[in-house]
Design a protein around this ligand. Structure first.
Ligand code: IPM
Ligand code: MG
Length: 368
């Protein structure tokens, strides 16, 4: 069997800094666990635009289609804000999601005990929180046609279209139900069936899939606005939240902040199985490129490292090694390791990005 292959697209801003720590972790698994990956690297986002004039070159897209998993850092930066819409760094990311057909975006929001004080909510509301948002990622208003800005009667009009087919709803619903069975067996589906036809269809299809194949899973429904409110009121009522592309974008930022820092949260974007049985997959932190702190060694690499843990679990069937990596992170946090984002104004001297990588590797060594 050839080594599994990884394509690293570190991207812009803090992307390369946090990805540097992931590369050290990948090497550690090669050295110490006999888990060797064939790693290649390429450009996405603003750096790809600088090099090639597009946020994702065709050759990079082709590589992404061939590897077992893509690891992405972050894209974007203020210097690209005025580019034509089609050339913006985000378009590179959206192209990867769309062309790889990564329809199921898994965004866990887990509150580490050591960080429960960090949440903007009261500790008892978030301590022990462990929810998973399953966001549809390749359709809905992000991609629906018609779209654009045109002029009608001398007035500019902006249009986007929320569009979902039954098949698109069904496949992401199955992903959510399958995942729930490995967790606490509960799915809450969120839409706006009170206002949107696509929401009515969403709810109908989720109910049909549930009745046909997942009746053992507890299913509930919420309007997405109420869902947002419930997420900050009593987040522990949820296990898996299933929702569409745009609501999922918003709800996952909201859920992320419950855990104390956006710098902690990983994500997996999964598509259909490839010929080798592995799903098409891309792993990326939920946080962005954070241009304000880029290049200063301040960024928290944990979200990106946890994204690699998700790759171990979902692409490479190495659940025990993913557990090992997650436990190492839990350990260093419990021991007080903190990057700047995890620190109050008078919290002492924060660890640098590399120092956080160092202590995680030390904890991995200690786990052997
Ligand atoms: C996310 C981001 C992206 C999105 C942007 C960068 C295009 O906010 O992954 O949540 O809107 O999906
Ligand atoms: Mg977002």
């Amino acid at each position: 069997m050839p080594n599994p292959s990884l394509l690293i697209l570190a991207g812009d801003g803090i992307g390369p800094e946090v990805m540097a720590e992931v590369k050290r972790i990948i090497d550690w698994f090669g050295d110490k666990r006999d888990l060797t990956f064939d790693v290649s690297e390429d450009l996405v986002g603003g750096c790809a635009y600088d090099a090639h004039g597009v946020p994702l070159a065709d050759a990079t897209m082709a590589k992404a289609q061939e590897v077992d998993a893509v690891l992405l850092g972050a894209v974007g930066g203020p210097q690209y804000d005025n580019l034509d819409f089609s050339l913006k760094p985000e378009r590179g990311l959206l192209r990867l999601r769309k062309e790889m057909d990564l329809f199921a975006n898994l965004r866990p929001a887990q509150c580490f005990d050591a960080l429960a004080d960090f949440s903007s909510l009261k500790k008892d509301v978030v301590a022990g929180l462990d929810i998973m948002i399953v966001r549809e990622l390749t359709s809905g208003v992000y991609f629906g046609e018609p779209r654009g800005i045109h002029t009608e009667d001398n007035m500019r009009v902006g249009i986007n279209t929320q569009r979902y087919t039954e098949a698109e709803i069904e496949r992401v619903a199955r992903a959510a139900f399958d995942l729930a069975r490995k967790r606490s067996n509960k799915v809450c589906s969120m839409e706006k069936a009170n206002v949107m036809e696509s929401g009515i269809l969403w709810r109908d299809v989720v109910i049909e899939v549930h009745q046909a194949d997942y009746a053992d899973v507890e299913l509930s429904h919420m309007y997405a606005d109420n869902g947002a409110m419930q997420l900050v009121r009593a987040p522990k009522q949820f296990d898996v939240i299933l929702t569409d592309n745009l609501f999922g974008d918003i709800l996952s930022d909201c859920a992320a902040m419950l855990t104390g820092s956006l710098g902690m949260l990983p994500s997996a974007s999964l598509g259909l199985p490839m010929a080798n049985g592995r799903p098409k997959a891309m792993y990326e932190p939920v946080h962005g490129s954070a241009p304000d702190i880029a290049g200063q060694g301040k960024a928290n690499p944990i979200a990106c490292i946890l994204s690699f843990a998700m790759a171990l679990r979902y692409s490479f069937d190495e659940g025990a090694e993913a557990d090992r990596l997650e436990a190492a992170i839990e350990k260093v946090l419990a021991d007080g390791a903190r990057t700047g984002d995890l620190m109050g104004p008078d919290g002492g001297t924060p660890l640098s990005t590399t120092q956080m990588g160092d202590v995680i590797i030390a904890a991995l060594n200690a786990s052997l």
